[in-house]
Design a protein around this ligand. Structure first.
Ligand code: MN
Length: 204
């Protein structure tokens, strides 16, 4: 198998009470695993694709043969987006602090953390159906926007810094239809240290 399921950087119950252990277990071991399995099926036998990183496939979807392009877009996106998502959350209280260059940039571009939170939550709420809300760098500027399904910003040349999964599978067990409560709650477990790292890498 070419692509493998990323190991979580914390235990399934680490994000309690904000995200419950059962949701994390199903999300990672079933949903994320299914994207990995289906991506492997899609590229099976295509050695030029099998040797690439998932991000490389997504950055140049036009180079993926047309007969498997949609599978790679959906399942490759599923793999990349979840890998990214797990890492921008943390069970460790200290790195949750909103500091660093990214904090300064957010305050500068959006006015305040509260304003940023409001805008980001709004985008997460307005994503109709399934998808993701993102903070990205777009041509050097911070931008909050959302993608549908498993579409990834890297396919549009945007550089991801932070994201939240707003598929129902990421919150329904605990929050049911209350996406807003899930999004509010998720703000408590953002790994700002990792977001800072993403930001610094984007500037290189
Ligand atoms: Mn998901």
């Amino acid at each position: 198998m070419t692509f493998i399921l990323m190991k979580l950087p914390y235990a399934y119950d680490a994000l309690e009470p904000f995200i419950d252990a059962k949701t994390m277990e199903i999300h990672h071991s079933k949903h994320h695993q299914a994207y990995v399995d289906n991506l492997n099926k899609a590229v099976a036998g295509k050695t030029d694709l099998e040797s690439k990183k998932v991000g490389e496939l997504l950055m140049d979807l036009n180079k993926v043969p047309e007969d498997i392009r949609i599978q790679v877009r959906n399942n490759g996106g599923g793999v990349f987006n979840h890998n990214f998502f797990w890492e921008v959350m943390t069970d460790n209280v200290k790195p949750r602090e909103f500091t660093g260059k990214i904090a300064e940039a957010i305050k500068k571009d959006f006015g305040s953390f509260e304003k940023f939170k409001e805008l980001f939550s709004d985008v997460a709420m307005k994503r109709f159906g399934s998808g993701w809300a993102w903070l990205v760098l777009n041509k050097g500027k911070l931008e909050i926007y959302s993608t549908a399904n498993q579409d990834s910003p890297i396919s549009e040349g945007k550089y991801p810094l932070l994201c939240i999964d707003v598929w129902e599978h990421s919150y329904y067990l605990k929050w049911q239809n209350k996406r807003k409560d899930y999004v509010d709650s998720w703000f408590n477990i953002i790994n700002w240290k990792k977001v800072e790292e993403n930001y610094e890498n984007s500037l290189k």
